[in-house]
Design a protein around this ligand. Structure first.
Ligand SMILES: Cc1ncc(COP(=O)(O)O)c(C=O)c1O
Length: 405
């Protein structure tokens, strides 16, 4: 007989995660998610400043998306293979409309990692086995291809050898990238904002120079917007904030509204032509299923019809100014505050202090977390639909907790 859910999860699923949650002071199971809040099995209500690790930009259980999904399920039009489904075509048309110009074609998969794999295969198909350059400290997912392109040694070391022909250079350093691009380079893959590294927001000029360099050297530029897409930066895609159009863009997470798993690869038509010629390029049993596509269509409509991006930019300013004044007040142990839209990273001088702040924030009913890639950084990334009132409560909680540590 298993004693409780935590013991059972630790015994049957993942003991590491249970230890991790206990350290954070999260001791119950989650029973409800709504808007920017979670409720646990003891009835505690928390403001979610994780957006469910990035899947819940539109708030949890967004009513418009839930209703659309119920309707889709009841219509009996869910999986109709070998037929194509019209909702995927509607999604492809919408993605083309909301994406940076030129990214006309798309393919839908079941996760960000699967979409990253597909982007890598698209590069291989077009350029052969040439080198793919990515960034130190970048994170692109946990599958073997995604790990090969990622730049976090700790995530990779147990799984060596990974795929050959990948190389990492420092993020933000255009000279290093320039030096590493040569005739054997197929592509550069980059997160426009390095998330797991602690929310590193580069200067606009850097990404624009990356674009110019790739164009000049005939190298494919791939943006990983799995985290930054679907409104997280206050723009539909971060590419639009940076005013840079990649050749391939990868999305996921909040595209499924936190309800249905999804990943998407968007690309220019000239790259896509090879895709259409090759069945083994990619296929996935559930990829592009009607429920995932409906969640994505409804998420995009929700953002466009409710002026969510404009409002996210205003809320971002409110949260940023509150956090910034705390960073100044507690500059003794807050080293920096980085952020854009609803993605913020507060860098603390000591890892243990960062852990203590996270624990105390959770005691005060606000869930933040230490970055998995950089434990000095406290990640603050609520759904973009968080209310002003909830933002005030987050700032109040930080003020109290920072005063106590
Ligand atoms: C930037 C980035 N790319 C790719 C992924 C992988 O996405 P998924 O977890 O859906 O496989 C993640 C996941 O955290 C991510 O943050």
């Amino acid at each position: 007989m298993v004693k409780n859910y935590y013991d059972a999860y630790g015994e049957l699923i993942n003991p590491w995660y249970i230890t991790h949650l206990r350290k954070m002071g999260i001791l119950n199971v989650g029973v409800k998610a709504e808007g920017a809040t979670f409720t646990d099995s003891a009835g505690n209500v928390f403001i979610d400043c994780t957006a469910g690790y990035g899947i819940g930009n539109l708030g949890h259980n967004n009513t418009q998306v839930v209703n659309a999904l119920v309707e889709q399920l009841q219509s009996g039009q869910v999986n109709t293979r070998p037929f194509i489904n019209k909702i995927q075509i509607e999604l492809a048309e919408l993605l083309k409309e909301i994406s940076p110009p030129g990214l006309e074609c798309s393919y839908i998969l079941n996760s960000g990692s699967e979409a990253i794999e597909t982007a890598l295969k698209l590069v291989r198909l077009y350029k052969g086995g040439k080198k793919i350059i990515s960034m130190e400290h970048s994170f692109h997912g946990h599958t073997l291809g995604a790990l090969s392109v990622s730049g976090v040694p700790a995530f990779k070391k147990s799984f060596m050898p990974l795929l050959p022909a990948f190389e990492q250079v420092p993020f933000g350093n255009i000279n290093a990238l320039q030096d590493s691009i040569d005739e054997s380079t197929a592509a550069v893959m980059i997160e426009p904002v390095q998330h797991d590294a602690g929310v590193k927001v580069p200067a606009k000029e850097y990404l624009q120079q990356v674009r110019e360099l790739c164009s000049a050297k005939d190298v494919i530029l791939v943006f990983d917007e799995v985290i930054t897409g679907i409104g997280k930066t206050g723009f539909m895609f971060a590419s639009q904030y940076f005013d840079v159009v990649p050749d391939i863009l990868v999305a996921g997470k909040s595209l499924g509204a936190g309800l249905i798993p999804i990943g998407a690869v968007l690309a220019r038509k000239n790259l896509w032509q090879r895709f259409g010629l090759s069945f083994p390029m990619t296929a996935s049993s559930y990829g592009g299923n009607a429920l995932a596509c409906r969640a994505a269509v409804e998420s995009i409509k929700f953002i466009c019809e409710n002026n969510v991006l404009e409002s996210a930019r205003q809320k971002s300013e409110l949260l940023f100014s509150g956090l910034k004044s705390l960073a100044v007040k507690y500059s003794g142990f807050i080293r920096s505050l980085n952020g854009i839209g609803m993605l913020f990273g507060m860098e603390i001088t000591e890892k243990n202090t960062a852990a203590a702040i996270v624990r105390k924030m959770i005691e005060n009913n606000v869930i933040v977390y230490q970055s998995f890639g950089n434990p000095f950084v406290i990640m603050i990334e609520p759904p973009i639909v968080i209310s002003n009132d909830q933002i005030e409560r987050v700032i109040e909680a930080f003020n109290k907790v920072l005063g106590e540590v």
